[in-house]
Design a protein around this ligand. Sequence first.
Ligand code: NAD
Length: 302
Amino acid sequence: MKFALIGAAGYIAPRHLKAIREVGGDLLAALDPFDAVGVLDSYFPQAAFFTQTEELEAHLEDHPVDWVSIASPNHLHEAHVRLAFRHGADALCEKPLVTEVAALERLKALEERTGRRVYTVLQLRVHPALLALKERLDRERGIKEVVLTYVTGRGPWYLKSWKGDVRKSGGLATNIGIHFFDLLAWFFGPAEHLEVHARTDTVAAGYLALARARVRWFLSIDPSFVPEPQRSQGKRTYRSIAIEGEEVEFSEGFTDLHTEVYRRTLAGKGFGLEDTWEAIRLTEAIRHKEVGGGAFRHPFLE
Ligand code: NAD
């Protein structure tokens, strides 16, 4: 399988390079306007590298690929998926695939027209502990009470970068939260009611009623929300999903999930537009919902 990679100089790009190598793929070309891409030497030293999109497109005309992997900023994903399709390739695109439902609809129409397919990276869905939990939850009945807390400390750079710009990243719930909203919808079915209790540059929180759960959720990039004693141990990340008061343990086993997503995608079992639809619909709604009261607040807001 021949690949091209868009966004090769970024933070997440090495996971794609590693995954492409581990599935036995070959990287023919890489693109990034930022040219600090020495990392390519560790994986695919022969790969052609371009800083201009036009150069990549010209190269692809003579050296077609089967797949374009996309690890660029969120607001460019749709354009980069279109680029892949134009060159007869399928696309494997980072999360969030896009930031609004209208873009999903456009890509769906494009898939139908071109016969090409786009898949996304929802790596929590291949995490062994979460797969086991999903099987258990599918067997159980009733409405679960859930408290979801995700604090992942980021320095001042975050708000200066595209990630802190809601027009580019989609904002905190989209950029940081999408994995968790996807997980919730996967576990408990579609959202029926949404409240947003806080929405700032560094915090998003609210309440969500899904078909089979009631969820108080809290997301932040401010490390001061990491609870003691973790904070006093120097931890800047805190991840907790409590279902009926029972903590879901999934702190281990994160390292090779991109490779697993690649394996599944190449085997025809990737996560496509329909799979990511609900999380994108939900995070788009969180972006626009009026911030207001509500009885079911996350404990961190008390
Ligand atoms: P980053 O800013 O470190 O990297 C993005 C790269 O894209 C940069 O090197 C930038 O120069 C490049 N870029 C900008 N404009 C471009 C263009 N027009 N063409 C090609 N490249 C361009 O960000 P990141 O953290 O690596 O995030 C990249 C993507 O991966 C985002 O969609 C993000 O949401 C996603 N991501 C996913 C996970 C995960 O857990 N699956 C984790 C982090 C990031």
